[in-house]
Design a protein around this ligand. Sequence first.
Ligand code: CA
Length: 659
Amino acid sequence: MKTELANNTRLTECVIDNFTNPQRDVQDYWIAIYGKNNRLDHNHISGKKNLGVTMIVGLDTEGSRENNHQIDHNYFGPRPTFGNNGGETLRIGTSYQALENSNTLVASNYFDRCNGEHEIISNKSCKNTFKYNVFYECTGTLTMRHGNETLVDGNVFIGNNKPSTGGVRVINAKQTVINNYNVGLTGYRFRGAFVMMNGVPNSTPNRYVQVSESIVKDNTFVNCEHIQLCAGSDAERSAPPISSEISDNIFYNDKKTDLFTVYDDISGIKFENNLTTENIDPGIKTGFVKAEMKLLKNEQGFLIPTSDAIKKEIKISSEIATKENTGVNWYSKKDVAVALNSGKVIKVEQGINTLFDVAQASEPGDIIELVEGGSYLLTKTVQVNHPLTFKTVGTKKATILFERMMAFEIQNGGSLSLENLKFDGAKSPDYAGNSVISTSKNSMIDNYKLFIDNCEFVDLIVNHSFDVVKVSKNTFADTLSIKNSTFKNITGHIAALDKETDDLGAYNVEYLIMKNNTFSDIQGAALRLYRGGTDESTFGPFLEVDHNVFDHVGFGKKNKYKAAMSLYGVQVNDITNNIFTNCEPMEMYLVVGEPIVNVLNNNFFNSEEIKVTGDQKYTIQKTWKVNPNFEAGTYQLSKKSELVGKATDGLDLGIIFKN
Ligand code: CA
């Protein structure tokens, strides 16, 4: 009964591990806290993988407001990348209660790789305090999404240079960010080491309230890459911070000179007495002093900047969370995931279904070695239930033929690495829609990895739409990598990752890598990557397409994309050093998130144009050679504008902007 609330209770020394609904897109919370004066401490909460926040504080009625809850010394274990909004670890309030006081204390908790989405914590109410928490390799930020008078004091953010790791993101009024220590955070845009956002003028509670009367003081940033001011500035978010202060912070960096990105007017922020290493150019006129600094390891193991110019000692509280003083002492915090190639080597004879049998008997991480030059026929699909590697050792690849609609099916918990193998479609059934590798048709709650290296795929032509990789809705790849491989004579796509079509920000892969491959006579697209909608809660997809040759790609009648490569909503587009010969165009549709586009040194010979469209702001990096008078920077595309790169036979791609 929601009307009968728990008050003055304590939940302590409980473990919730991997208690996950197997259906990825079904929403639930694990812990919901209502009432007043409740304490949750020393719990171990790990491995939520489906839609929905791990822990919420609800403020629905008066009886749950000004609650003085205390959430302390909990161990929040790994939460993998969710690939959609709704992967937060903690949320306090909602936009409906943005102006209610919650008065919740979140202290000395350890957040270990809480990577669900870009809000590790989503603070959505007033007067909450976050103290002495550690965020270890978490992608995203502690986000002051709604509500005022938040105190973020004495927390530690450790990135270890992992991608998308961030610190604190400030929105709203009267926010205080002090004494936090940040190290090795690499995230940019909304997951920078520190982010202060632009607001919406007279914002409704569920958009972005302008930053005002906020203080950012005495924070330390060691080798963090991005400080983002007025982030999110666009036609709607046009109100920069006012009456705010950034002072007495220390910025140490031994490599990077340009940490600060300023997206709008910063005259409403008073900068005072911030200290930087001598190499840093803040690009902000006043309030920064350069000093010679050294790093010294303190007794807790943190690298602390030292200098005569630092007047106030940089201290990390003895109350700071550690893996040891959080959670329970009777339950292990060790990772249980098994990596690819970590098991034993099993040699498999050539023949019929020998691969199927050996896979059935295998254990996680095993490496299955095929006979050099051998021939393997599958009349049954190999079920990949755990991380498995198949490879030929030697120069002559083993050949795999298959009589079912797919050779390999990755099931929940599975990951697959294929090395030095040849796949031939000669024995495949005469059906439309075959594939070499497919994911389960059912929801896969565990993210998977797929690596294809030094393989050959030929004559997948028995019927139309024969793909190399086929994925299903509610599946998500952490990494899909295709390297050093050749693809010839194929009726379908090489990889179409486009099954999340609800346009709510979901997608099928985080990192997609295509390197040093040749694709020839491919009727479908070499790649289709799709992330629809305008949600800004996620990081990817990240795409790297480098040193490939595309020859006669995309002309099949069944290729509905009418493109050799079709990219929609991809956040980072690195497309470099490729040759497109006799191909359909490469298409890019740029949506939310100021996508980064690096298109450099591609040769388009006798091919269709590269087409770039979109209705959002996007960033052209310096490496995109543009022509003429089109400089690196951030641009707003109107709904109808179009960037068209003309096909040339030189190595420099000329880009012409057309409205
Ligand atoms: Ca979110």
